[in-house]
Design a protein around this ligand. Structure first.
Ligand SMILES: C[S@@+](CC[C@H](N)C(=O)[O-])C[C@H]1O[C@@H](n2cnc3c(N)ncnc32)[C@H](O)[C@@H]1O
Length: 286
């Protein structure tokens, strides 16, 4: 099997298991209390703060949105509850089962449409989407496959459409090395060679660049406008607090304030990033 197929197979296996029999009660609670959920999430949680920046919450109302790598489908459900016409894809068909249950249990203006199977084989019409989004998705693709997904994004977006992806950021080699040596959750330290190698075998992340420069260059091949917004330079220190109100207050302050940092600090030390692509280049629209 080539490295691209191997990576997709590993992701499918990992996420099929993770989302099998996924309970949708939390998602239903959040979309039934949509404003309070979004008020909290978009000010406190990096991925929601990142993806929903620049008034995304209002911008998508009534718009046609495609989510790649929808995973547990929380974001697809939130966007649909906001009134967007949502199409969602994931390599794991377990996500399709979540979408089915959500549509059964919530009266969306437009029920979510799950695009089953290999996304690159979709039959969706060209130039039909206002937004293409991904949350923690692109970095699960190998770089050659990512390129195909970006090309497909160009085909699917309307001329005035926008792609936005929230992804981790690794802009400092030294910080990254330190990170790999600190054990966290189920991931052992790189110092523990055999345990690390065993963990790596089932880890669904390919070895590839997660740098802002990479996504800037990858985007410029297809789009005239590329914007990369760092997220999490200060927020990363929230780990020093225990769970609870003090931690959340710190996170809210950090996410609100870190854009004031100069670029020479914010870019290398950021933990994540929002990647925004607009205006596809002439000639790459298929
Ligand atoms: C880290 S999860 C993020 C899920 C969700 N977006 C979220 O924010 O929780 C990455 C997702 O990408 C999906 N994925 C990985 N490779 C894929 C591919 N080639 N095509 C479609 N989905 C893929 C995985 O199945 C998984 O659901």
């Amino acid at each position: 099997m080539n490295p691209e197929d191997q990576n997709q197979e590993k992701n499918k296996l990992h996420f099929e298991a993770l989302y099998a029999n996924y309970p949708i009660s939390n998602i239903l609670h959040w979309i039934n209390n949509l404003d309070s959920f979004l008020d909290f999430a978009t000010t406190t949680e990096t991925s929601w703060f990142g993806l929903y920046q620049t008034n995304f919450r209002e911008k998508i109302k009534g718009k046609k949105v495609l989510e790649m790598g929808c995973g547990d489908c929380t974001n697809a459900a939130v966007m649909a509850a906001l009134g967007a016409e949502v199409y969602a894809n994931d390599i794991a068909s377990a996500s399709g089962e979540i979408v089915r249950k959500l549509n059964e249990n919530y009266n969306f203006k437009h029920p979510i449409i799950f695009v089953e199977g290999d996304f690159l084989e979709n039959n969706l019409p060209s130039k039909s989407f206002d937004f293409v989004v991904g949350k923690a998705f692109l970095h699960h693709l190998t770089i050659p496959v990512e390129k195909l997904f970006l090309k497909e994004t160009v085909r699917l977006l309307k001329p005035d459409g926008e792609a936005r992806f929230f992804e981790p950021a690794v802009n400092s080699k030294i910080l990254d090395e330190i990170r790999w040596h600190i054990p966290i959750g189920g991931r052992p330290s790189k110092f523990n060679k055999s345990a690390f190698a065993k963990w790596k075998e089932s880890d669904p992340h390919p070895d590839r660049s997660f740098s802002s420069n990479h996504w800037e260059k990858a985007g410029k091949e297809f789009f005239k406008e590329v914007e990369i917004i760092p997220v999490g330079t200060l927020e990363r220190f929230s780990r020093l607090f225990g769970w609870g109100k003090r931690r959340n207050k710190f996170k809210q302050w950090a996410l609100k304030s870190e854009h004031l940092l100069p670029d020479f600090l914010n870019k290398p030390f950021t933990r994540s990033q929002l990647i925004v692509y607009r205006k596809s280049r002439d000639g790459v629209t298929l």
